[in-house]
Design a protein. Structure first.
Length: 131
């Protein structure tokens, strides 16, 4: 069972309530929320990241747009939660990006090409941070 707070925080993290203000406001909100999460115990951060990964990638409809959203969220996760993440958490996130590249390799189209490119960027970033 996932704690209620994790679900609520995740909902706020992916919410597009003020989409009219553009990507900047969403990125800013994500960084504030992730800053809050950085204060959690490491075990709670790990549980949160597992929930995010499962929710974003193990859903019934795995489409490029959903994957791009997940990969886009990894950048502020690495940047803001950096110090709070254990090496294993980095490697788990990198592993999910590697799995995404594998799936995207078998698909055609511009969206899947963008998925592959962004996944490779996240792999590189994650490996650099995991050192």
């Amino acid at each position: 069972a996932v704690p209620l707070l994790v679900r609520v925080v995740y909902g706020r993290l992916i919410s597009r309530l003020k989409a009219k203000q553009g990507k900047h406001s969403m990125d800013q909100r994500r960084r504030v929320i992730l800053g809050y999460i950085a204060g959690w115990p490491r075990s709670a951060i790990g549980a949160f990241l597992e929930f995010v990964e499962e929710t974003a990638l193990l859903g019934s409809s795995l489409c490029p747009k959903r994957i791009l959203g997940y990969l886009g969220m990894l950048e502020p996760v690495f940047a803001v939660l950096g110090v709070a993440l254990e090496r294993d958490a980095y490697l788990r996130l990198v592993s999910s990006a590697v799995d995404i590249v594998r799936v995207a390799q078998s698909e055609d189209g511009d969206d899947w090409k963008r998925v592959r490119q962004l996944a490779v960027k996240r792999i590189v970033t994650g490996l650099e941070k995991a050192k």
